[in-house]
Ligand binder design. Sequence first.
Ligand code: ADP
Ligand code: MG
Length: 279
Amino acid sequence: MTSDAPSPEDPTPIIEARNVSQEYRLPRTKLISRRPTLDALIDIDFHAMEGEAVGLVGESGSGKSTLTRILVGEERPNAGVMNFHGKDVWDANRAGRIAFRRAVQVVLQNPRASLDPRMKVGASLVEPLRSLGVQVDHERRMYEVLDQVGMSKEAVHKYPHEFSGGQLQRIAIARALMPAPKVLLADEPVSALDVSIQAQVLNLLKDLVAELGLTLVLIAHDLSVVAYTTSRVAVMSAGRIVETGAPADLFTTPKAEATKLLVDAVLTVEGGLAGQALA
Ligand code: ADP
Ligand code: MG
């Protein structure tokens, strides 16, 4: 229960959504009716401390990707605040906005959609440095980051179609690491991958937290995926966070109905990550 409390050393979370709500306007159903709205997020409190690996789990449509877009500053919430180092990112000056954009990077589900098929990997890797105006030796940084994700230097001369899904997701992670972010958000990073390589990519994410001191927010619909990789997990259901706790506690004593359903879904899957998460 205390797992949600900030650490005593530095009580300010590196990223924090406080009382965040997000409402989407839907198309009119009749010519002269009001446009209906959908409450995608309702009064969300979510944070990550520096160096922490936090999980966000919930059924499809529960609002995980909407919250991810708010946490990276891609969408402004209708209500509530999005803080970076305790400061509202939508209230920041230009320098503050650039620092936030550089510090918080995201990896998405499908690396084939996030990497341009017509660009060599090297060009894709350098692109975030250019768009963020990061002054570093491009080549050195590429090789450093490829090494961190377990890929060889030769990758820079190849096109995305020359790689497997798992290799491409490593490259997408490398691209996100290029500007030396403090926080990595990974929205369903293994759900498009073969089960046999999911653990490899999750191990890579764990290693990055341990070795680089990165803050990780791992988003998934599968409780075993976040339990395997993170030390604190928030459970979402229908736009709300319904429970937060240590993975082992969520498995053994789930309180919210949504958590119980996620546990049942894991336990019906033979072997795989479920066993390792519980080990
Ligand atoms: P998850 O990632 O957990 O599957 P999402 O955040 O993608 O959930 O979606 C949450 C809810 O918000 C869903 O009902 C979805 O249809 C709706 N939604 C998401 N984005 C938009 C949008 N841009 N316009 C309208 N509705 C949206
Ligand atoms: Mg999603």
